[in-house]
Design a protein around this ligand. Structure first.
Ligand code: NAP
Length: 310
């Protein structure tokens, strides 16, 4: 088997918690460099810029971009220009246009671009999709309520324009929704709540619609202390399917389909998929979740709420 030499760009929370362990555990990849403005990682060569890394390691095959969305495009383009395959953390970019430009560039150069949606690799998502495939769907309710102070302490980029605010976790729900439903959905309404001192919303209520007027609601909230809720309920002609813990646990009409832990094995599956794409020289870029968020910003009614301080 060919081993892909991969460099991680941006050694923040998700890189340390998930990418490093997943790459280290994979036979298909070797963690060959880190590109970080500040950090180093024991036993792995570290560089301040992608350019420096490419000078020292012209034999690198791929990069995993774990920087915030606002600064991802230039690095992705530089990596594709240098002949590397590219994995993008979610969301794939700060705008739809930049993702399309990257897609065209990867296609023209015959390189792999993988716009990841880690939640789609949660243990319950594939069984949920299979169960729903031949059901008549009546309605969907998404509840994604968490505590931003717990999950995103001190992350300023998330509150700046392009950082998505509460849609940073909310887009994970939308990535599951657009994967498991057997039809496309569109946004019909959005109510967005912005702290008076921030550029991105702290809460959002969405209305979406499927064929025949199937109603879908999504409630995203970032001020929930106590039990954290990442749940999708799908009402069908044959009972209700419930995905809990971000897609890890799922039951349908009272029957258990998956009982994994939250985040368990999402990134192992994600890197298996990247290896498969590299093997086939194919890209995987689905902007559907980002489009729904962009539409929420286009359509959303805005209200201003109390200032938010970490
Ligand atoms: P983070 O902890 O803030 O890390 C981002 C890293 O990017 C920073 O540590 C920094 O690394 C680098 N960076 C480069 N330019 C930056 C800039 N202008 N501002 C801030 N950081 C900059 O964020 P994260 O939670 O890992 O999230 C990164 C991406 O992964 C986001 O798109 C997020 O949606 C996604 N994600 C996060 C989670 C999660 O649970 N946290 C889960 C799944 C996906 P250096 O100092 O090394 O340069």
């Amino acid at each position: 088997m060919t081993v892909t030499k991969v460099a991680i760009v941006g050694l923040g929370k998700i890189a340390r918690d998930e990418h490093v362990p997943a790459i280290t555990a994979s036979d298909a990849f070797s963690l060959s460099a880190i590109v970080s403005r500040n950090a180093t990682f024991d036993g792995v060569p570290s560089f301040h810029t992608l350019e420096e890394m490419l000078t020292e390691h012209p034999d690198m095959n791929a990069v995993a971009l774990c920087v915030p969305p606002q600064v991802r495009f230039d690095t992705a383009r530089e990596a594709l220009d240098a002949g590397l395959d590219v994995l993008l953390e979610k969301p794939p970019g700060a705008t739809l246009a930049e993702v399309e430009i990257l897609m065209d560039l990867a296609r023209a150069r015959g390189q792999v671009l993988f716009a990841t949606w880690h939640s789609r690799f949660a243990a319950g998502v594939a069984p949920a999709k299979a169960w729903l495939a031949d059901r008549s769907i009546k309605g969907v309710r998404i509840t994604w309520h968490e505590d931003v102070r717990h999950w995103h302490p001190g992350q300023q980029w998330i509150w700046e324009a392009g950082g998505l605010g509460v849609f940073d976790p909310g887009i994970n729900a939308l990535s599951i929704l657009t994967e498991i439903l057997p039809f496309p959905v569109r946004l019909v309404s959005a109510d967005l709540e912005f702290p008076s001192n921030r550029q991105t919303p702290i809460a959002a209520d969405l209305g979406l619609s499927g064929p025949g007027g199937v109603g879908i609601t999504a409630s995203f909230d970032w001020c929930t202390t106590g039990p954290q809720i990442w749940r999708i309920e799908v009402e069908t002609d044959l009972g209700t399917l419930v995905l809990n813990d971000g897609g890890a646990r799922v039951s349908a009409a009272g029957e258990t389909l998956s009982t994994a832990e939250a985040l368990q094995s999402e990134y192992a599956g994600l890197y298996r998929r990247f290896a498969e794409l590299i093997d086939r020289r194919a890209s995987d870029v689905d902007v559907a979740p980002l489009r729904l968020v962009a539409d929420a910003f286009l359509m959303g009614k805005r209200s201003i709420t109390n200032p938010f301080d970490d």
